[in-house]
Ligand binder design. Structure first.
Ligand SMILES: Nc1c(C(=O)O)ncn1[C@@H]1O[C@H](COP(=O)(O)O)[C@@H](O)[C@H]1O
Length: 155
């Protein structure tokens, strides 16, 4: 089953999470949403990961400020984890560093745009799911077409 599991550190991240899940639907990828913080409720986080990983999902973690959730999740599961932290300009955007530097053996991928996180998720599922692969290919073709049209419109 091709399902993305989106875990957000706070309900305050819901809008960002919805942008991801809406983009996923364009590729026929279902998603399920959870609020669970590695800082505050690590056991709940762990239980969600262990229950959901039985279906071999892609996990997408949304954690602002100090991102413990993405590294924590990645270290607990064989499944890919994509960190998609909500954008923030506070403190000169320094929050992002907590998503970039990981200890050895901990490898969440980082994608900053919710729409691109959805695309990357679809591409992972598309390796083994023909329908999703087709959606990705169509999306890319449309994008190429649009650029050609935009270019032609200038001449
Ligand atoms: N980065 C994390 C983690 C974590 O990494 O476990 N838990 C919550 N948060 C983030 O902190 C911000 C404020 O959270 P609160 O609403 O709890 O103050 C949110 O963007 C959340 O994702």
């Amino acid at each position: 089953m091709s399902k993305a599991v989106i875990i957000m550190g706070s309900k305050g991240d819901l809008e960002w999470a919805q942008r991801i899940s809406e983009s996923l639907t364009k590729f026929d990828v279902e998603s399920v949403l959870y609020v669970a913080s590695a800082h505050k409720v690590p056991l709940e986080c762990y239980n969600i990961i262990k229950e959901e990983e039985k279906n071999n999902p892609v996990f997408i973690t949304i954690a602002g400020m100090s991102n413990a959730l993405s590294g924590f999740s990645d270290a607990q599961t064989h499944c890919p984890v994509i960190a998609c932290p909500p954008s923030s300009s506070s403190f000169a955007g320094s929050d992002i560093y907590s998503s970039l530097r990981m200890p050895s053996g901990v490898a969440p991928l980082v994608i900053l745009s919710p729409e691109n996180a959805a695309l990357a998720t679809a591409k992972i599922f598309g390796i083994s799911n023909e329908n999703i692969r087709q959606k990705v290919v169509e999306f890319q073709e449309k994008q190429r077409q649009k650029l050609k049209e935009d270019n032609a419109s200038l001449s």
